[in-house]
Design a protein around this ligand. Sequence first.
Ligand SMILES: [Zn+2]
Ligand SMILES: [Zn+2]
Length: 422
Amino acid sequence: MHIRRLPPQTPQTSQTPQTLQTQDRRLNPPVRETHARRLNPPVRQQPDWGFFAHKRINRLATLTLPPEMMVFFKPNIDYLTDHAVDPDMRRYASKHEGPRHYIDLDNYGEPPYDQLPRQWVDAMLSHTEIWMVNAAGDTSLLIGGKKPLQPVWQRDYKFWFSRQVLARFYEDDETISVDSLQTFLDFMGRKEKPVAAFYREHLSEHGVLPWNLQRMQRQLTEAFRQRDSRRILKLAADMGHYIGDAHVPLHTTSNYNGQKTGQHGIHGFWESRIPELFADDTYDYFVGKPEYVERTEDWFWQAVFDSNKLVDSVLTFEKNLRRSFPQDRQMCPDMRLGTMVVTPCRDFAAAYQESLNNMIERRLRAAIHAVSSAWYTAWVDAGEPDLSKMDKPLMNEQEKKEEEELRKTFDRGRIIGRAEDH
Ligand SMILES: [Zn+2]
Ligand SMILES: [Zn+2]
């Protein structure tokens, strides 16, 4: 799930006409859906509906934990709730952040996606090219893409790749040590003599959600082992967010906002508008105790596959309803923090929800249970450490500065990578 940014304090020139348009519509309701869409595609500074579900998920997951965990999690429930949306805020600060929220499964063929590597290192390996620059200054592709390595070298390549590329992946420096590359080339008996080398990866553009969850589960387990209260809370809050995203069907397809099927805006309709309207009044939030998960690596994949199976219904039912529901009762003007926005009407949203047989409630419940189960599993795998006498997790100066910086970048507001709401 993702955020809708708040409108900026001082309107920028490009936003002024939108505001006027929406006000015009307010004077002339009802709003016809077709007009709304034609006039209004740029209205995307809708407030924080996307925050709603993420916060609920983390909060409710906390309340299902066993007493041995509750003793630490309950006093920190506000932290876990408030920080459930940090990952979305980071999308404004780092290019690595965006891809962690989705995976375009359709990029990898059809279910059961046999060709899709379940481990990050294998996936990266098959989507990364190594480029070299020779003494004359010419750049050429060395390994990967159109120049795959012979199978006989794959094992050694994987070893080299893990140490020289993956280990430094988040340093944002795409150069590769020439010495290490030369050693590997010599080892394979190749003749090339690079003077510089770098890599290009093409995995991130299709999203890395399940692989990132696998990595975070290991990190959270380690944080429990260390009894590092600050890290436990930070990782638990973040994981709650990503697991929430994994339960949203439209986070598993390249048609994430209906943009390929003429259903622009369906992303926010499904994951933000409907929960905001109905969740607290009508959803059954009681999901029972967390369960220990034997193989979390497969389990995260299963979550995105289950979500992906629902994509067809999410799109088809909305399309059908748009045809059968009275057009002038589909989109309604709504006042949000001083800004007029056009959004699916309550009755229309209720009809969509019903046609989906309460799918959104079921996915929200599944997400809550998955979050508490992931936290619980990490704690068990860490040897069930005693959480009753943990340090009070105060932020240090460095973290305070980082948080402030994050909020500033968010307020300036340019998402890096894919934004779902436009
Ligand atoms: Zn989303
Ligand atoms: Zn997200």
